[in-house]
Ligand binder design. Structure first.
Ligand SMILES: Nc1nc2c([nH]c(=O)n2[C@@H]2O[C@H](COP(=O)(O)OP(=O)(O)OP(=O)(O)O)[C@@H](O)[C@H]2O)c(=O)[nH]1
Ligand SMILES: [Mg+2]
Length: 332
């Protein structure tokens, strides 16, 4: 389905349905030469006071997001900037309003940032960002800064395990850094051997590995756990330790809420487009994806007919990036 996919025709856009206004906000990722990122603390008397945010503010009528960002950073921090690449555009529902948080990298800046409106500032190393409490819309922004934009789900090996292993290595060589181990139709011995291969190669490449569905294997081998949607209801607490990556497959709002309540680090949502595994079955489309995204505060990969060419459109709809079997399994 295309970028212009619409919600079902019998439903007016959520915004009109609930009478919520949309607030368009431009925010910037300002990085110093040591790689630290500038956060500002929202002052008392404003919404979300006390939380840390990426500096920026509301886009005024007739203004481009780029111009708004430059103006806001001049007003709030006293710096002049060159706007850089888009990072992510997050639609997020807040009480009584919808936010579109349009986050750009700041390519260059002149001057010394100061909290000109009395706000505290902090230069934060990327691995410390999680220590700063932030508004819900910023969780996907931090995800986009820190987590991979592609999530490979392994295919089943058919009858050729050696070819599967070679393709696995090729995917890592092509830059894949997050993998879900999911193989069907093999016996326990073959599965164990394939998992051992994946585990060793991911460790060597510094890639994150998650195992589909198998909490015991995740615990025993020290890899992450990816829950199937049906498993979300089987747990009432996080099924792995806090330092073990937890993810889940989601298809609707209820799945997303359960995944967030369980403490997932990220989720997969779809199918967005028609997939080769379900021909003839239309996906939910980007508009519906964005609508579900805005009621969740998690990094979300779009799945279903996705490939690397879809990462940019995914980011424009608030996605972390794309998850795929075929679309990310290197062709050799
Ligand atoms: N700048 C910024 N705003 C954010 C972030 N995350 C987030 O939810 N927001 C929300 O987006 C809106 C931004 O408005 P703002 O208060 O910064 O707007 P502004 O600078 O134009 O100031 P003003 O309208 O209070 O004068 C607020 O509702 C804020 O809570 C973020 O990372 N940066
Ligand atoms: Mg502001």
């Amino acid at each position: 389905m295309s970028d212009s996919a619409r919600p079902p025709p019998n439903l007016p856009p959520r915004e009109r349905r609930e009478g919520h206004r949309t607030v368009h906000v431009a925010a910037g990722v300002i990085t110093d030469p040591r790689g630290r990122i500038l956060l500002a603390r929202r002052t008392e008397g404003r919404d979300l006071a006390g939380l840390w945010e990426f500096p920026g503010g509301k886009v005024e009528p007739g203004e481009t997001p780029e111009a708004a960002l430059a103006r806001e950073l001049h007003e709030e921090l006293g710096i002049d900037i060159d706007v850089g690449a888009a990072l992510i555009n997050v639609p997020q529902a807040y009480p009584g309003k919808r936010l579109q948080l349009d986050v750009r990298h700041v390519a260059a800046w002149r001057g010394t940032p100061k909290g000109r409106e009395g706000q505290a500032l902090a230069w934060v190393a990327p691995d410390k960002l999680a220590r700063y409490p932030m508004p819900p819309a910023d969780v996907p922004v931090v995800g986009a800064l820190l987590q991979p934009d592609r999530y490979l789900v392994t295919p089943s090996p058919g009858d050729d395990d050696a070819a599967w292993c070679a393709q696995f290595d090729a995917a890592l060589a092509a830059g894949i850094r997050r993998v879900q181990f999911r193989v069907h139709g093999v016996d326990a011995d073959r599965r164990r051997a394939l998992f051992a291969h994946a585990h060793a190669r991911c460790r060597k490449a510094g890639a994150g590995l998650l195992v589909n569905g198998d909490a015991a294997l995740a615990q025993a081998s020290g890899v992450g756990l990816h829950l199937r949607a049906a498993q979300l209801r089987a747990f009432d607490a996080r099924p792995v330790a806090d330092d073990v990556t937890l993810a889940a497959s989601c298809h609707d709002d209820e799945d997303l809420a359960l995944a967030q309540a369980l403490g997932c680090d990220f989720v997969v949502l779809g199918p967005v487009a028609e997939t080769a595994s379900h021909p003839g079955q239309a996906g939910i489309g980007w508009a519906r994806f964005a609508e579900m995204r805005e009621r969740t505060s998690l990094p979300i990969y779009a799945i279903g007919g996705m490939g690397p060419q879809d990462i940019a459109v995914a980011r424009r709809h608030g996605a972390q990036g794309v998850a795929a079997i075929r679309g990310l399994w290197s062709r050799r």
